[in-house]
Write a new protein. Structure first.
Length: 190
């Protein structure tokens, strides 16, 4: 089939191998155009090693890689949903501080489902961006009220295949004290 023949086929519901089936967001086209259910996975950070405070730069689980890209992140060994989790710190005299991680897959495209976010004493402003071929496929923004040290899930209503997930959190300034802010349980389907 010539590349010029592809758009009309896509317009009436056909798709490429590995792409989501239109109107069936839990299914993709297999190698012989059969319908294949998406398989779920959760990046739990369960295999992180080191005590709390150990620097976190990169972590691999179930074919996914989580990489710290903005701010120094660290292991939070004794806490999570369940423990461990990853966090970044903002000290008391600092202004608002951003922390960011990227998630990629060696196995191709994936769909982001949810992530658990944590803050000790502040709200959690977030921007979660799904990227495909270097362009934003979706952007989720919001602010979770103070969780008082608990994790709160943020779900994605967009069933869009991406090649990179960017999770950016803003740790708001507080005059009284520093604050840890973190991530656990990134739910993904592919």
């Amino acid at each position: 089939m010539a590349e010029s023949d592809v758009p009309p086929h896509l317009a009436h519901g056909d798709g490429r191998v590995g792409e989501l089936v239109p109107a069936q967001v839990e299914t993709k086209f297999g190698a012989t155009c059969e319908l294949v259910p998406l398989a779920g996975s959760v990046i739990t950070f369960d295999r992180l090693t080191g005590a709390s405070g150990t620097p976190f730069t990169s972590y691999e689980e179930d074919g996914f890689t989580v990489t710290s890209t903005v701010r120094a992140w660290q292991v939070m060994a004794g806490y999570g949903r369940p423990a461990p989790a990853i966090i970044f710190l903002r000290q008391a005299p600092e202004p608002d501080a951003d922390g960011e991680v990227q998630v990629t897959s060696g196995a191709g495209l994936f769909v982001f489902g949810s992530v658990d976010l944590y803050s000790s004493v502040t709200t959690i402003p977030y921007v979660i961006t799904g990227v495909r071929k270097s362009s934003p496929a979706f952007v989720l923004t919001g602010k979770i009220p103070n969780t008082f040290g608990n994790f709160k899930p943020v779900s994605n209503p967009e069933a869009v295949q991406i090649d990179t997930l960017v999770i950016r959190l803003t740790n708001p300034a507080t005059p009284c004290c520093g604050n840890p802010m973190g991530i656990d349980n990134i739910a993904i389907k592919r």
